[in-house]
Design a protein around this ligand. Structure first.
Ligand SMILES: Cc1cc2nc3c(=O)[nH]c(=O)nc-3n(C[C@H](O)[C@H](O)[C@H](O)COP(=O)(O)O)c2cc1C
Length: 306
């Protein structure tokens, strides 16, 4: 049960589709390692309909541990099978996404839509738990509600299944990413969750390590997850202020690792990280447009001539 062996407070990297892929997590682990990292969310139904593609999303290296595989879907049987695969692949934990607000996901009754379908949510949790055979801990990442804040009811519902951890993004599905994350709701959740063995991680709008510690102190959560502010910015986890040279070196290493494994394909996710690395120094904008706008389509070649 790695979750309970983590030193508190826990400061982790939030799962982000199209962002927290194998290369991102590898660079995070090497540069300023978060206490826990998650894969991008992966569809359980897809694991059976397009296994080669999906299994690539589950690629990780040993230095990323503890590493948690995040899955989503709406069919309990597939969660059962997906949990078995996750265990076989050697992940430290399995996380069920009950927080994604994207239209495509919600339309299929997955992600945050499960907040409106507690019976199905419970069935999914039980199927996942059964699939792990108790060998790998399971956790849940969710939001404070669907179209209104129902955090107390929702936490009580989820806690019946005794997950190892619950991560809460302090917004409703309807809010998507608008407004501010509601840390008071997260504090309320923490109070309820602390009556059990389950750990609670707060999430939403954290921009620095200092802010992370302030939120933890104010709300009593066991830790936090940082998402958008970690893109191209692993240093958010150790408060280091990187020099221009360090930023360029990290961009080069990330690109080389990515291209070595995947070739120059699906560069969109890489571009997001490069935009983050190549910022916060005087000629950053110029470098960014040179690299990201390179006509040869090769970030690696463009970075090598800097
Ligand atoms: C591009 C992007 C992709 C995301 N993908 C996922 C995902 O796959 N699984 C998940 O649980 N949350 C996902 N999220 C939500 C984040 O994990 C996090 O909850 C949210 O961004 C709020 O945290 P932040 O303000 O620190 O970014 C995603 C967010 C973004 C911006």
């Amino acid at each position: 049960m790695f979750w309970h062996n983590l030193k508190k407070p826990i400061i982790g990297l939030s799962p982000m589709d199209g962002v927290t892929d194998f290369a991102c997590r590898y660079m995070m682990a090497k540069t300023a390692k978060p206490d826990v990292m998650f894969t991008e969310f992966t569809t359980v139904e897809g694991l059976f309909h397009a296994p080669e593609k999906i299994l690539r999303d589950f690629e990780y290296s040993e230095i990323e541990r503890p590493i948690v595989a995040q899955i989503y879907g709406a069919t309990p049987e597939y969660f059962y099978k997906a949990a078995q695969i996750v265990c076989k692949l050697g992940f430290d934990g399995i996380d069920i996404n009950m927080g994604c607000p994207s239209k495509a996901v919600v339309k299929r009754n997955c992600g945050a839509k499960l907040i409106t379908a507690p019976d199905l949510a419970i069935e999914i949790i039980r199927a996942t738990k059964e699939g792990t055979g108790g060998t790998v801990p399971y956790s849940i990442k969710t939001r404070i509600g669907y179209d209104s804040n129902v955090i107390e009811w929702w936490m009580e519902t989820l806690l019946e299944e005794k997950p190892a951890a619950i991560s809460i993004h302090g917004r409703t599905l309807k809010q998507m990413y608008q407004g501010k994350a509601d840390w008071e709701a997260i504090a309320k959740a923490a109070k309820i969750i602390h009556q059990t063995e389950t750990l609670v991680l707060g999430n939403g709008d954290i921009t620095s390590l200092e802010e992370a510690h302030r939120r933890i102190e104010e709300t009593g959560v066991d830790g936090v997850l940082i998402g958008r502010h970690a893109i191209g910015n692993p240093w958010v986890f150790n408060n280091h202020k990187p020099t221009r040279e360090e930023r360029i070196a990290t961009a080069r290493e990330h690109t080389a690792y990515y291209v070595q494994k995947r070739g120059e394909t699906r560069l969109a996710s890489l571009g997001k990280h490069l935009a983050g690395y190549l910022s916060h120094f005087p000629d950053a904008a110029l470098l960014r447009s040179k690299i990201l706008g390179a006509k040869n389509g090769s970030y690696q070649k463009s970075l090598s001539i800097l």
